[in-house]
Design a protein around this ligand. Structure first.
Ligand code: HEM
Length: 389
């Protein structure tokens, strides 16, 4: 039995993943939930309507007895048909076309932050670049004043830790999650009233003009705010660390930043543990699993599965250049990441500008990871930078 949430595995979970893939398709976790380590199995479950979340049906085993209205997640936690109804209301804002239009402003933002970092010479890359790029971008799209980020920084922290299964959270952490959800509800409630009175050209104003309730809009706002920055932040930091460890890949990245981003997502997957609940009795990998069974899909492992990727432990930024084969970091099926075009744009621009304009060195060989397990990422990344000649 492997406890994939063990903090000792945080920096390098990959040998444990390999052992799990080699020894079976379904494993017991430490708290009565099953773990799925192989690519084909994760992809199958994510696309199968027999699997969902089961909150509405009251059968979710990850947060037994918790009222889903106190959870951050909006449609991320819902099953069809409610899931599709809410998702379709925001999906227009995230089409490739709508997101591509943001490229000039994202580039300007990234260049400004790189100028400041170069001026300083040494920075914590997480604070200097990984955090502000996605946060500022999602705030602008939503219509949330970026100046309020200090206000909700602590709430997003409590919520992202609270996304881990309840079994690994302390009572204080669960209470902090509920408090943060309440704080956000009050914050967004006020903002939505403002936008109803004076609509602006932003997503929140658009949603405020629909039949959605204030609670529904708030939940969507919190989902987009958190999903829209915690994840990309982690991709940028882990990507810079990977490039520092394998600098020969930097020219390869500069030749095709979009393909490089797919490989960096595969290599160190920022959302490694999505969960699913059996919505009916299912047969899987030779086991009869009753309705209400919970599984954790080990996407970090699936993305290193040799049955799906040749030489999977190697970082190869050319891997996705001509390949239509998909990595699973953005999930698959009905919950496929709505913000994927935005994440791809922000991270490609950040990596491209950083590698084109600077030479950087990570100043520690043992970077510190954040405590959250469902969002895998570095807490800090001290880096020295100088301008490229
Ligand atoms: C869903 C990963 C960036 C918004 C998801 C899921 C994953 C994921 C794995 C699905 C979870 C599941 O199947 O249970 C990532 C990664 C990102 C990223 C790795 C960055 C590197 C973003 C951004 C946004 C965003 C920038 C924009 C606001 C969402 C939303 C959902 C989602 C709204 C829910 C989709 C649904 O349930 O239909 N993301 N995400 N994500 N993501 Fe992302």
């Amino acid at each position: 039995m492997t406890n994939v949430f063990d903090p000792a595995l945080r920096a390098d979970p990959f040998a444990a993943y390999r052992r799990m893939r080699e020894t079976g398709r379904l494993h017991q976790s430490g708290f009565g939930i099953h773990l799925v380590p192989r690519y084909a199995d994760c992809a199958e479950i994510l696309a199968d309507p027999a699997w969902g979340h089961g909150y509405t049906a009251g059968i979710n085993p990850f947060r037994p007895g918790v009222d889903p209205s106190h959870l951050p997640g909006s449609f991320l936690l819902l099953d069809p048909p409610e899931h599709g109804r809410l998702r379709s209301l925001v999906s227009k804002a995230f089409t490739m076309r709508a997101i591509e239009a943001l490229r000039p402003q994202v580039t300007e933002l990234v260049d400004g932050l790189i100028d400041e970092a170069l001026e300083a010479g040494e920075v914590d890359l997480v604070r200097a670049l990984s955090y502000p790029v996605p946060l500022t971008t999602i705030c602008r799209l939503l219509g949330v004043p970026p100046a309020d980020r200090d206000l909700f920084g602590a709430w997003t922290h409590d919520i992202s830790r609270g996304l881990d299964p309840d079994a690994v959270l302390s009572d204080e952490e669960k209470a902090a999650r509920e408090k943060a959800v309440d704080n956000f509800a009050a914050y967004f409630g006020e903002l939505i009233q403002h936008r109803r009175a004076r609509p602006a050209d932003d997503l929140l104003s658009g949603l405020a003009g629909t039949e959605l309730t204030v609670k529904e809009i708030t939940d969507i706002g919190v989902l987009l705010l958190i999903a829209g920055h915690e994840t990309t932040m982690n991709l940028i930091s882990s990507g810079v660390l990977a490039l520092h460890r394998d600098p020969g890949q930097i020219p390869v990245l500069l030749a095709d930043p979009a393909a490089a981003v797919e490989e960096l997502l595969r290599y160190d997957t920022p959302v490694p543990f999505p969960t699913r609940t059996a919505l009916e009795d299912v047969e899987f990998a030779g086991h009869e699993l009753p309705r209400g069974t919970g599984v954790i899909l080990l996407l970090g492992s699936a993305n290193r599965d040799p049955a799906a990727f040749a030489d999977p432990e190697r970082l190869d930024l050319t891997r996705f250049r001509d390949s239509a084969h998909r990595q699973l970091a953005f999930s698959h099926g009905p919950h496929f990441c709505l913000g994927a075009p935005m994440a791809r744009l922000e991270s490609a621009v950040t990596f491209q500008r950083l590698c084109a304009r600077t030479e950087f060195t990570v100043l520690t060989e043992e970077p510190v990871y954040r405590p959250s397990v469902s969002m895998r990422g570095l807490a800090t990344l001290p880096v020295a930078l100088r301008r490229k000649a």
